[in-house]
Design a protein around this ligand. Structure first.
Ligand code: ATP
Ligand code: MG
Ligand code: MG
Length: 354
């Protein structure tokens, strides 16, 4: 097909649409919020709610294949769309990745380790879980991102407060992992089942939000290989088509645990735009359009920094810095904690690493 339907209107859709344009594809976006980062880079925009069946059907009619940049598309909307046009990734993948319990169960069944976890739908079960697991993090099962909908809890007596803080049931409680590093693997899986993965990268967070990524991660070859194995196993088992990101914890003993998956291009893969032969966004286009995947070879190591909140003062400095590749998302309004853009710096390539 030659028109890609994009569900969700944020910067991930924008960067996918830009990659699509380079390969001659047009992108149509479906989003409840008008004139966002994605719409600015798209040939057409449908502004409607996820429960507007007429708008969804008309959108599906206007495109050849459907993908997404927002993993919380409601299941009924996705089912309606998937009945009309190829939708990649599909409903089963979304059902698993939208729910932290389904996601961790799925990983554990494949022998992939995670933080120990319990379901907690009220303050009592939360207190019980904290007694069992020790220092923990309570999270909403659904809709959390950038650390929202989470509360740290070490004392079972604070269960009421923690539950009120995360604001919504159903919830999951995870034992706190004493990780030495957070890493992620971004891969693409094509319609033919082939997989192209980027090297594991190292992620640093501030206040629950990704602040920077170092590519590749400064980990042993064994840790990098285990992270890659886990990500490939998840993608294969899901019969995944598209770009999949897997966030992982590296523990003191060199173990690798899955934190969560994102069924779309990922913030920790933005460095691939400037440092790799084919970026994660072009891989997404290639995969969902049934084209061969491209090489993931990198020309340089890289460091990506997110521009979060009001940093407008830095833009002229960054654009004038010959070592910095500046990306701005065209968001009309700055808010604290909002991702406004990112900057990638290319570093000398470390030849010994994957
Ligand atoms: P994202 O924006 O990546 O989707 P999210 O809101 O879905 O984030 P998580 O990735 O689950 O949230 O958690 C955010 C961060 O909180 C993690 O990157 C990690 O730093 C920390 N964290 C989450 N769960 C645990 C855990 N069980 N033990 C230790 N730290 C954790
Ligand atoms: Mg998440
Ligand atoms: Mg996360």
């Amino acid at each position: 097909g030659s028109i890609i339907g994009m569900l969700g209107g944020g910067q991930l859709g924008r960067m996918t649409a830009l990659a699509a344009a380079r390969l001659g594809y047009k992108t149509h976006v479906f989003t409840p919020e008008p004139n966002g980062p994605c719409a600015q880079a798209c040939a057409a925009e449908t502004v409607a709610d996820w429960d507007d069946e007429e708008a969804l059907a008309a959108f599906a009619d206007s495109v050849d294949v459907i993908t997404l940049e927002f993993e919380n598309v409601p299941a009924p909307a996705l089912e309606l769309l998937a009945a009309l046009k190829p939708t990649r990734p599909g409903a089963r993948v979304l059902a698993i990745t939208q729910d932290r319990v389904a996601e961790k169960s799925f990983a554990n069944e494949l022998g992939i380790g995670t933080a120990p976890w319990r379901i907690a739908d009220d303050a009592n079960s939360l207190a019980d879980a904290v007694r069992e697991l020790g220092p923990s993090i309570a999270k909403t099962r659904r809709f959390g991102y950038d650390g929202k909908g989470q509360a740290v809890i070490a004392d079972p007596d604070h269960a009421e407060t923690a539950f009120a803080a995360i604001g919504r049931a159903p919830a999951i409680v995870e034992g706190r992992v004493d990780f030495v590093q957070e890493i992620s693997v971004v891969l693409a899986r094509g319609l033919d089942g082939s997989i192209a993965s980027y090297p594991a990268v190292e992620n640093h967070h501030t206040g629950g939000i990704l602040s920077s990524t170092i590519a590749p991660a400064r980990v042993s070859p064994a840790v990098a290989a285990e992270a890659d194995r886990i990500a490939r196993l998840l993608a294969q088992t899901l019969n995944y088509v598209g770009v999949l990101a897997v966030e992982l914890f590296v523990t003191l003993d060199g173990g690798v645990l899955m934190n969560e998956m994102a069924p779309r291009p990922h913030n920790s893969g933005h460095w691939t735009i400037d440092a790799c032969a084919v970026s994660q966004f072009e891989q997404q286009v290639r995969a969902v359009c049934g084209l061969p995947l491209g090489p993931t070879d990198r020309f340089a190591d890289a460091e990506m920094e997110n521009l979060i909140g009001d940093q407008v003062d830095r833009w002229p400095v960054l654009i004038a810095d010959p070592g910095a590749r500046l990306h701005l998302y065209g968001k009309l309004e700055t808010r604290p904690g909002r991702k406004m853009g990112h900057v990638t710096r290319l570093l000398a390539r470390t030849p010994q690493q994957g």
